[in-house]
Design a protein around this ligand. Structure first.
Ligand code: M6R
Length: 370
């Protein structure tokens, strides 16, 4: 039930902090090391993994893209992310040492299910990251790591996304642990940052909701939006664009901010709303300055800039028209908070337009046909 909220989407966004927290729960042993015995893949098999291919659709694929940045950095093995329906119809290079990770909230997405069968037929092990106990995808996989976001009812996926990132991060850190790719202390430090994320997400919900709904009121008549980010901010931009198009029926496009000058900047005209995901760690992260210069470029062409950025970021204060602030956090953790204002913004826009945010037209919660 909706538990007092006016929509399931509202309720589920407010459960983002709990979704991360519950997905972390019970996965660390007394010494603070990761324990993933529950997935029933032998430690030796995990040690042998030399490549990961993530297969998923929609929001789940964006969680996979976020995880790619983290896992390649931590484990130093290649991670590919592919839309399940594309993977299924090509001739992917798989070996017994390839771990295929199928990410799905519902566990019933036919495209993802067919892709995992395709992978298993060729001898690869498949691990499912899934939110639904006993669904087809976990049942047909070799192993499963459940996200504990709780049932997600609204068609637009929200809390499942942050839980999927959390679970994929746990998988990456576990691989780093068994392969000795990181020092134990480093792993503990990352886990510690992860544990702090629910409170940071809560801070965004508690302090930014007013700014977000004001922005939605100002922008409700906008015909289109561009969403831009780099590195882990890139999949967040794609997800923000998907949320707004699927429930507010606004034309959106998300892309890597570095692509601006390779074409999309031609779309920027007077008053065009452009959403930027500005990386944290200003001064230490080279991409921060690059994203800021992207903001300057579109501003010079008259764009209306909405930024998601670290609280007090002086460059953003100078150039953005509207800012959704995030508390300080490491770059790899930022997607967990940055998506939240974009979820709220899409919901506010859809409500202002009078749409049913839980049941957008033409869409189903689980897509059980190919
Ligand atoms: O249940 P799944 O995670 O496998 O679903 C995948 C996509 O269909 C899903 O994420 C879809 O893109 C949502 N409507 C996004 O909000």
């Amino acid at each position: 039930e909706k538990g007092g909220w006016d929509s399931f989407m509202d309720k589920e966004i407010h459960e983002d902090p709990a979704a991360v927290q519950r997905t972390l729960l019970g996965r660390l042993n007394r010494n603070g090391d990761l324990n993933l015995d529950e997935v029933h893949i032998d430690e030796h098999d995990f040690k042998a993994v030399d490549k990961i291919i993530v297969i998923a659709c929609g929001t789940a694929s964006y969680a996979g893209m976020v995880a790619k940045y983290a896992i390649e950095h931590w484990v130093r093995i290649p991670v590919e992310v592919e839309l399940a329906h594309e993977f299924r119809y090509r001739d992917p290079i798989l070996t017994p040492r390839t771990l295929v990770v199928a990410i799905s909230q519902s566990g019933e997405t036919m495209d993802t299910l067919m892709a995992l069968r395709h992978a298993r037929e060729q001898g690869s092990k498949v691990l499912a990251i899934c939110n639904t106990q006993g669904a087809s995808i976990p049942r047909e996989s070799d192993a499963v790591l459940y996200t504990h976001a709780g049932p997600e009812v609204a068609v637009a996926s929200t809390k499942a996304f942050v839980a999927q990132i959390t679970a994929a991060y746990l998988l990456g850190l576990y691989l780093a642990q068994v392969k000795g790719a990181m020092f134990r202390d480093e792993i503990h430090q990352v886990l510690d940052s992860l544990k702090h994320m629910p409170a940071k997400i809560q801070w965004v919900i508690d302090t930014q909701s007013g700014t977000i709904s004001d922005a939605a009121k100002r922008m409700v008549d906008a015909k289109s939006f561009l969403f831009l980010g780099r590195h882990v901010g890139y999949p967040v931009a794609l997800e923000g664009a998907l949320k707004l198009k699927e429930i507010a029926y606004t034309f959106t496009e998300g892309f890597a901010a570095g692509e601006l000058k390779h074409g999309p900047i031609a779309l920027v005209d007077d008053g065009e709303p452009v959403v930027f995901i500005v990386p944290p760690e200003r001064g230490r992260n080279v991409l921060h300055a690059k994203v800021i210069s992207g903001i300057e470029e579109v501003r010079a062409r008259g764009a209306f800039v909405i930024a998601v950025a670290e609280k007090g970021d002086p460059d953003v204060e100078r150039y953005a028209d509207v800012v959704f602030w995030r508390p300080q956090c490491p770059t790899l953790m930022s997607p967990l908070v940055d998506v939240v204002p974009l979820q709220l913004f899409a919901m506010d826009m859809a409500k202002l337009k009078g749409y049913d945010v839980d049941k957008p037209r033409n869409l189903a919660k689980s897509v059980t046909v190919e």
